[in-house]
Design a protein around this ligand. Structure first.
Ligand SMILES: NC(=O)c1ccc[n+]([C@@H]2O[C@H](COP(=O)([O-])OP(=O)(O)OC[C@H]3O[C@@H](n4cnc5c(N)ncnc54)[C@H](O)[C@@H]3O)[C@@H](O)[C@H]2O)c1
Length: 368
C-alpha cells in the first residue's frame, strides 16, 4: 500500500490524515505539504511504543526542536495529574502558540495530549501520530480529547481538531494481539453503522485483518477512517448524528468504570462487550431482526475473546453498573439513552429507557 491522504473538513478545521507504511520516516515532507509549521514540539511519548520510533521522529524533525515527555498510558493515568505535568513542561520550556504538541502513542496518549494542547494558552498546535489500531481507526479522528475522573470516563475534555494525523501502519507490528482485537472492535462498530458491504467484508476477512495481513488491514483501516470522517464532518460537536459512534459505549463505559479501569478489561474489549450488550438489548426489545442479531453476535463470538458478562460481573454489581450508565454524558437524570441497532446499517440514536428496563437486562444476563 502506498501513502493515502484523507482530508477531514469540519467547521472548525480542515486537516489531513496520512495513512501508510513507514510514513513517520516521511514526516518532513508531510509537514511541508500539509503546511504544518512550528518552532518547537513537545513529543508526548507512550513508553510502550518502541524507542526506535521516537528516535526516527526526533531525528527527522530535528532534535533541537523537540522535547520529550514520557507518558505511561493507562486509564488510571488519563487524568488531570498527567495534564498538569504536561502543562508544567510546556511552561518550563516557554511554549507559545507557534509551538506544537505531538502525540506518539495510542488513544489514551492522544486524548491526553490533545486535551493539553487545547487548554494550554487557549490552544496550541497538535499533531497526532496514533500507534494503536484503535487510535488509527477511531480516536485520532474527529477532535474529541479528554480525561477521566472518579465520576466516570472522558467526562472532562474538549473538542479540538488536530492539525495533522500521521497513521504509520508499521507501528502496529509491535502491538500485542489483545490490542489488535481492541482496535478491531471499533472497525466492527464502524461496519455495523455503515452497512452490509463493510460488515460482510469484515466477516469474510477478519482472520487476515487481525493478523495484519496486507492488503486487508490497510483496507479495513482506510474504510473505517472514511466512515468516521463522513460522520464527524456532518456533526463535529455531537449534536445529533455523531451519537451513532457511541454504539455500545454506554454499556462499555459502565463496564470499564465498574471494574475501576482494571487491566482485566481494557477500553477496546469493553467496547466489544458493549456492542454485544447493545445487540442483545436490541433483540430483547424487538428492535433488531433475528438474522442481523445472529450475524453480529456470531461475529463477536468468533473473535475469541471473553465476551460473557458473567466473567466480569455478578448480580450484586447491577447497582454500580446502573450508576455509571446514568452518569454517561448523554443522559438526563431520569432516563438512560442507548444507541441501538435496528439492522446492520440502521442505528437508532434517540431511544431512552428507564432504569428498570436496563436492570432487567442485566438480571437476565448475569447468572449469579
Ligand atoms: N477521542 C476519541 O474520539 C476516542 C475514540 C475512541 C476511544 N478513545 C479513547 O482511546 C483510549 C483507548 O485507546 P487505545 O486502545 O489505543 O489505548 P492505549 O492508548 O492505552 O493503548 C493500548 C496499549 O498499547 C500500548 N501501545 C501503544 N502503542 C503501541 C505500540 N505501537 N506497540 C506496543 N504497544 C503500544 C499502550 O501503552 C497501551 O498499553 C480510551 O481511553 C478511549 O476512551 C477516544
Amino acid at each position: 500500500m502506498r501513502k493515502t491522504k484523507l482530508i477531514i473538513k469540519t467547521k472548525s478545521k480542515k486537516y489531513p490524515i496520512i495513512i501508510g507504511p513507514n510514513v513517520i520516516g516521511d514526516i518532513n515532507n508531510i509537514l511541508k505539504f500539509s503546511k504544518t509549521y512550528f518552532e518547537k514540539a513537545l513529543i508526548i511519548y507512550d513508553t510502550k511504543v518502541p524507542k526506535k520510533k521516537l528516535f526516527i521522529l526526533k531525528k527527522k524533525i530535528n532534535s533541537n526542536k523537540t522535547i520529550v515527555h514520557s507518558f505511561k498510558a493507562s486509564e488510571k493515568n488519563k487524568n488531570f495529574k498527567s495534564i498538569n505535568s504536561i502543562l508544567n513542561k510546556l511552561f518550563k520550556f516557554n511554549f507559545n502558540r507557534n509551538d506544537c504538541i505531538i502525540s506518539l502513542g495510542g488513544g489514551i496518549t492522544g486524548d491526553v495530549s490533545g486535551f493539553a494542547a487545547s487548554i494550554y494558552k487557549r490552544g496550541i498546535k497538535f499533531i497526532n501520530i496514533p500507534t494503536t489500531l484503535l487510535a488509527q481507526v477511531d480516536s485520532s479522528i474527529g477532535g474529541k480529547t479528554g480525561v477521566n475522573n472518579k465520576y466516570g470516563k472522558n467526562l472532562i475534555g474538549s473538542f479540538m481538531q488536530p492539525d495533522l494525523v500521521v497513521s504509520d501502519i508499521n507501528n502496529l507490528k509491535s502491538l500485542p494481539k489483545r490490542e489488535i482485537i481492541c482496535g478491531y472492535g471499533e472497525i466492527l462498530k464502524h461496519s455495523i453503522i455503515n452497512g452490509y458491504g463493510t460488515f460482510n467484508y469484515l466477516k469474510k476477512n477478519f482472520h487476515k485483518i487481525i493478523k495484519l495481513k496486507s492488503p486487508f488491514i490497510e483496507k479495513a483501516i482506510l474504510d473505517s477512517c472514511k466512515i468516521k470522517k463522513k460522520i464527524v464532518e456532518k456533526d463535529e460537536k455531537e449534536k445529533d448524528l455523531r451519537k451513532i459512534l457511541n454504539l455500545g459505549h454506554s454499556f462499555a463505559h459502565a463496564y470499564e468504570a465498574s471494574l475501576s479501569y482494571s487491566k482485566k478489561l481494557n477500553h477496546g474489549e469493553a467496547v466489544i462487550l458493549g456492542i454485544k450488550s447493545a445487540t442483545k438489548f436490541s433483540f430483547q426489545n424487538n428492535i433488531i431482526n433475528k438474522k442481523d442479531y445472529n450475524q453480529i453476535i456470531n461475529h463477536i463470538n468468533n473473535l475469541n475473546i471473553n465476551t460473557d458478562l458473567n466473567n466480569y460481573f455478578r448480580k450484586k454489581d447491577i447497582n454500580i453498573l446502573i450508576k455509571y450508565m446514568k452518569s454517561d454524558k448523554k443522559n438526563n437524570s431520569t432516563k438512560i439513552n442507548l444507541i441501538l441497532i435496528k439492522s446492520v446499517g440502521k442505528i437508532l440514536i434517540k431511544m431512552k429507557f428507564n432504569e428498570l428496563k436496563i436492570r432487567k437486562f442485566f438480571a437476565r444476563e448475569l447468572i449469579y
